[in-house]
Design a protein around this ligand. Structure first.
Ligand code: KG4
Ligand code: ZN
Length: 392
């Protein structure tokens, strides 16, 4: 069974073909990130325009690199929420059109649940079916597969299209087993979810305010690091002292989270460091902070933010004794999260490739395969609507 996954909920336009819910055949991602950097966050209108520009090309490339024709394809899966309305619309309308044109079942995918399914892609049987093209960073346009709309000239695109050979990904040897504890840590979500089986889960807890990735992004802004904050804070933290500042951990329900207080504590410490009070504008802070102060703030913040989610994952592990634990979402790419979890969790944990933690089409296609395998009803391609506020 081969499923094409399409993702466009935020600033990545992505498509991938996955076989049987475990084998990655292609993974193509175009990010409009560079166009948002100067604004310090994603600008919805720019993201939507960028999706329109590249989506056909991204899908064509994913099909070509998988060596897949429309006849070879069993279904199409698309993110219908949660996410930015304008961005979701582009992916959903494209998927609806393709499903109608090529007579394929269409599966509506929950983006947050799909992050968990990135962990179901495995090295199993080592049998990568090599597609054509697809060297790292290649910008290949195969032409004609999506039909009517011709893609723009690649030299005019604002987004860079990136793909890697499936064999370039470091994947677990086998799929996680149930009951499965998932720590979902992204730019929009922070949740602990216990899956008894596919599509049978309990939400143990979630954030009351900011998501952990959002906290990384906001702290990056306070100390003058580029968006997205996760990778830049992570990198600077390597040179700082994680014990330099004692940031507080929020006191909320056992499996709930809160990161807005931590973000404010970081702002106050930054102001104190330059001898100013709470009225000092955060915009002017970075130019007054030394590199060493920034590094210490980054390291101390990261230490507490990551420790908070690891504390709760550990607690859930002890209470529910799951057969496996996975981490999912952009922050799951964090080396510090992986280090702390591996150190403290009493069971081995299989991590997927960091490139499959941030938004991608492979996780959408993988969850799509399970929808199909388990006989879940497909969506109506004539009426499927977006759900920007969809929640697990
Ligand atoms: O899952 P994702 O790509 O998009 C959402 O669905 O939200 O997650 C993006 C988030 C951003 O907040 C980014 O700063 C964070 O993931 N992130 C990281 C790292 N890489 C990305 N956070 C911490 N450490 C990283 N290495
Ligand atoms: Zn995401």
């Amino acid at each position: 069974m081969r499923v094409l996954g399409i993702e466009s909920s935020c600033d990545e336009t992505a498509a991938s073909v996955v076989e049987d819910g475990c084998r990655l055949l292609s993974n193509v991602v175009a990010s409009s990130m560079e166009q948002h950097v100067q604004y310090g966050g994603v600008v919805p209108e720019i993201a939507a325009r960028s999706h329109i520009e590249v989506i056909n090309q991204v899908i064509d490339q994913a099909m070509t690199e998988a060596g897949c024709t429309w006849d070879d394809l069993d279904a199409i899966a698309v993110t219908y929420g949660p996410g930015l309305g304008g961005s979701l619309l582009i992916g959903v309308m494209t998927a609806r059109t393709l499903a109608i044109l090529h007579h394929k079942p269409l599966y509506a995918i929950d983006h947050v649940m799909a992050h968990v399914y990135a962990n179901f892609l495995t090295m199993e049987d080592g049998g990568w079916k090599m597609g054509i093209g697809g060297e790292e960073g290649d910008q290949v346009f195969a032409g004609g597969l999506t039909g009517a709309i011709q893609p723009p000239d690649a030299s005019n695109l604002h987004s860079k299209i990136v793909s890697h050979q499936p064999s370039a990904y470091q994947l677990p040897d086998s799929q996680p087993t149930f009951p499965l504890l998932a720590l979902i840590v992204s730019g929009g979500h922070t949740q602990l979810v216990l899956f008894r089986d596919h599509f049978d889960y309990t939400l143990l807890g979630e954030t009351h305010d900011d998501a952990i990735g959002e906290a990384f992004d906001k702290v990056a802004k306070i100390i003058g690091l580029p968006y997205p904050g996760g990778p830049s804070v992570s990198k600077l933290a390597l040179t700082g002292d994680a014990q330099a500042f004692a940031f507080p951990k929020a006191k909320v329900g056992t499996y709930d989270f809160s990161f807005s207080g931590l973000k404010t504590a970081v702002l106050r410490v930054a102001q104190q460091q330059i001898g100013e009070d709470h009225t000092f504008p955060s915009k002017t802070l970075p130019e007054r902070l030394s590199d060493a102060q920034k590094a210490d703030i980054a390291a101390s913040f990261q230490q507490v933010a990551i420790e908070t989610v690891v504390d709760k994952a550990l607690k859930a592990y002890e209470e529910f004794a799951p057969a496996s634990v996975v981490i999912a979402g952009g922050v799951a790419a964090s080396p510090e999260l992986r280090r702390q979890l591996s150190e403290r969790l009493p069971c081995p944990i299989a991590y997927t490739d960091p490139r499959l933690c941030t938004d991608n089409g492979a996780m959408i296609a993988t969850l799509g395969c399970f929808h199909m395998k388990l006989g879940r009803p497909p969506a109506d391609p004539y009426t499927l609507d977006i759900r920007p506020n969809l929640s697990m």
